[in-house]
Design a protein around this ligand. Structure first.
Ligand code: BJW
Length: 234
């Protein structure tokens, strides 16, 4: 069987680049109400508050740079694919730090903050500026329908067909910097195990699905990810 690696990243991989995590002490969902800011119902009721929340996070992202963990994953992809291995980096993160570091095969299952979508016509475009309810869609002309291209609770994550195809054929699976709380991502380790893959968790501490992993390494991503990637034999 051809070696095939699937990596799932979460907020912990970008924490040392200055982007907040969600469920750690002092995390985003301790300061903000996810029901109000990360659900379609919240956006319908208070679109201005949702725009304010994502506008602030977009401005913060525009000043952020990838760290040693992002760089190690990009180098691992180059090495692994050059040797003929299958590779997919699935990220729950809406930042672009994997791409900034040079990663190519990236599936953004929870969307991308530097894109916006028209809720009326579905048009998706790059977006580096603040959004507001006063803006009109350049494609359909509808006012007030532009939203961040992100996946909120109750919405279906993106690229699931490609992700599950990769999981079904993988020989190695790593979950990095994710609490294993949010589904369907929390079930990927089990899907990889069912496929016969060796599974590893790399994070600050065990996630909710920590028992699913064959191997566990705990510490800051910038320390443990380069070390793990360098030691991974094809
Ligand atoms: C470090 C570190 C360092 C820190 N170094 N490590 C009841 C039971 C089961 C499921 C459900 C349920 N009720 C509802 C659901 C479904 C729901 C869900 O899972 N809810 C749970 C909370 C219970 N899921 C959904 O609604 C999803 N859609 C769905 O299920 O559709 C149905 C469907 C599925 C499949 C097929 C067909 C239909 C959508 C989920 C959308 C999630 N959206 C968010 C916000 C939008 C994006 C944004 O604003 O950024 O996505 S929520 C938030 O959580 C964000 C993240 O991507 C996501 C995951 O968080 P993550 O990355 O794990 O971060 P943390 O903070 O939780 O963990 C960070 C970790 O890093 C920690 O472990 C730290 O220790 C570690 N760490 N510093 C290394 N320096």
């Amino acid at each position: 069987m051809k070696p095939s690696l699937v990596i799932l990243t979460g907020a912990g991989v970008s924490a040392e680049s200055g982007l907040g995590t969600f469920r750690d002490k002092g995390g985003i969902w301790e300061k903000f109400d996810w029901r109000e800011l990360a659900t379609p119902e919240g956006f319908r009721e208070h679109p201005d508050r949702v725009h304010e929340f994502y506008n602030a996070r977009r401005r913060n992202l525009l000043g952020a740079r990838p760290n040693a963990a992002h760089a190690a994953l990009a180098a691992l992809e180059t090495r692994w694919t050059a040797a003929g291995g299958g590779f997919l980096l699935v990220t729950q993160n809406i930042d672009d730090l994997h791409e900034q570091a040079g990663s190519k095969r990236v599936a953004h299952m929870h969307g991308e903050l530097l894109k916006r979508r028209c809720a009326a016509c579905g048009d998706v475009r790059p977006c580096r500026e603040d959004l507001s309810i006063a803006l009109a869609c350049e494609t359909c002309g509808r006012e007030g329908a532009l939203r961040p291209h992100v996946v909120w609770f109750g919405e279906v994550p993106l690229e699931l067909d490609a992700i599950f195809t990769a999981l079904e054929g993988c020989t190695h699976f790593a979950a990095i910097g994710t609490s294993g709380t949010v589904w369907p991502a929390a079930g990927f380790a089990e899907a990889a195990k069912t496929a016969g893959a060796h599974t590893v968790e790399l994070s600050l501490e065990p996630g909710e699905n920590g028992h699913m992993f064959d191997e566990r390494r705990y510490g800051p991503a910038t320390a443990i990810v380069p070390e793990w990637a360098a030691g991974l034999a094809f």
